[in-house]
Design a protein around this ligand. Structure first.
Ligand code: AHM
Ligand code: MG
Length: 336
């Protein structure tokens, strides 16, 4: 089998579709290299003395794990000096991170969740890195948070790395979704799945059912209907999975379909859901749409939402088109 490396894929994609200029290629390769380093640290576990909590909280008030902080530092350091970025932003940092003055600046801005699925770090369950790339607004001098407030539709690239039995990189630059597997001996990313497609129909759903007493009626209706199975209104049996790493749940859906839900609920009406729009929902929504799926907040496409704040939360329904359309429609008609 002829092996296509990430670099070869990026160069040929630029030649064929003119969609990956040299600076963007550098950016993607630097992020992919940083993910290799993170994968290495994750793989060491206790031997690398990287497990457990750091004695700090992030802006969301969540206790940070040592690996959350380490992964954040790896991504910052890797991306500071290349000249391809103007600024970065991360789940683990309250404010944006402009590129220091000692380095040249580029036209892109990078957002990331350095290690998604933090609750799974210490139990050796698959976790990942999620990233989103946007362009700096024309004429931007000193980047501010306002410059990041761009709808997901303006992303020029999005992806995630998965640290599981295999280390993988799933990437879109707006022309389909491709998956690369890390060859650990060679240290290179090899193209292993081209043009991933999410089946429109599914019989599998993912939701944290322990929150069910807080759900709003459209979500309760939909989950009840799925649980009713063959003899219920949907006329088919459903299976359920919940990994508590969005990256891993989304990866399963990219491979065999399904619907993933992290709805808003009645607990904190001003904080819709748990997941963050800019560096979790937007990149995943771009990947899902590029793979023929659908991603909404129950009311509109996630990618159409105009962000107001860097760390804002959003309800998420994503995956197989027909099921995401159904639960979105339930939000529109209300519940009988
Ligand atoms: P994190 O970025 O702090 O890891 O939080 C996001 C994660 C998602 O990966 C996952 O879908 C969700 O939180 C799990 O939440 P819960 O603890 O309710 O199962
Ligand atoms: Mg996360």
């Amino acid at each position: 089998m002829k092996r296509v490396s990430l670099t070869q894929y990026l160069v040929e994609e630029q030649r064929l579709n003119n969609s990956i200029p040299a600076e963007l290629r550098l950016l993607i390769e630097v992020v992919a290299r940083a993910c290799k380093t993170i994968s290495h640290a994750v793989g060491k576990g206790a031997l690398g003395e990287v497990l457990g909590s750091a004695e700090s909280e992030n802006i969301q008030g969540e206790v940070q794990k040592k690996l959350d902080i380490l992964s954040n530092e790896i991504l910052l350091e890797a991306n500071e000096w290349g000249g391809h970025l103007a600024a970065m932003a991360s789940e683990e940092m309250e404010s944006i991170h402009p590129i220091p003055n000692r380095y040249p600046k580029g036209e892109y801005m990078l957002l990331f969740d350095p290690l998604d699925g933090s609750s799974n770090i210490d139990v050796n369950v698959t976790i990942g890195t999620i990233f989103s790339v946007i362009k700096a607004p024309d004429g931007m001098a000193m980047p501010t948070e306002k410059d990041f407030m761009q709808a997901g539709d303006l992303q020029v690239a999005a992806g995630y790395a998965l640290y599981g039995p295999q280390t993988m990189l799933v990437l879109t630059t707006g022309n389909g979704v491709n998956c690369f597997t890390l060859d650990r001996e060679m240290g290179s990313w090899v193209l292993t799945q081209k043009n991933m497609q999410i089946p429109a129909e599914t019989q599998e759903f993912a939701i944290n059912a322990s929150n069910s007493r807080h759900w709003y009626p459209p979500v309760t209706r939909y989950v009840d209907e799925m649980l009713a199975g063959k003899t219920g209104p949907l006329g088919k049996d459903f299976n359920m999975r919940w990994i508590a790493s969005m990256v891993t749940d989304v990866h399963r859906i990219l491979n065999r379909g399904g619907i993933f839900m992290y709805p808003a609920d009645a607990r904190e009406p001003d904080k819709p859901g748990k997941l963050r729009l800019m560096y979790e929902a937007n990149p995943m929504a771009m990947i899902v749409e590029q793979a023929g799926g659908m991603a909404t907040d129950g009311h509109q496409r996630i990618l159409a939402i105009q962000p107001q704040k860097l760390h804002q939360r959003v309800a998420v329904f994503l995956g197989s088109k027909n099921e995401v359309a159904r639960v979105t429609a339930y939000h529109q008609v209300g519940v009988p």
